[in-house]
Design a protein around this ligand. Sequence first.
Ligand SMILES: [Zn+2]
Length: 117
Amino acid sequence: MSPDDKVLLAVLGVRDAEMLASRLGAQGINIATIYNHSTCTTGCSPSKEIWAHVDDVPVIKRCIQEERLAMLNAMGVNLEQIEKVYDPSQGEATCPACGTCFSTAHEACPECGLQFV
Ligand SMILES: [Zn+2]
């Protein structure tokens, strides 16, 4: 593998970078994580650059996406609920914040007060 085949994929926090590296390593994909001092000013949490072989990029991107979805799920975020939109032409709407079902005659969620304009 020549160094020219490597591309910069992302800059992640050290913990995220190491978790990603070990997850991809388990799938036989090697990524390089390199400290980049220029992207990080004093006082911020340290970050690492993720470098990977160009051929591995699609797989790695999918892996990062899965990781984000898993994280959102772990946080209790309901992705289907987030995608629901307030549509006044429908008689009822589901609040994307709290999941309450309410009449679109209201411009705010009766449960949590989220405004729809
Ligand atoms: Zn609500």
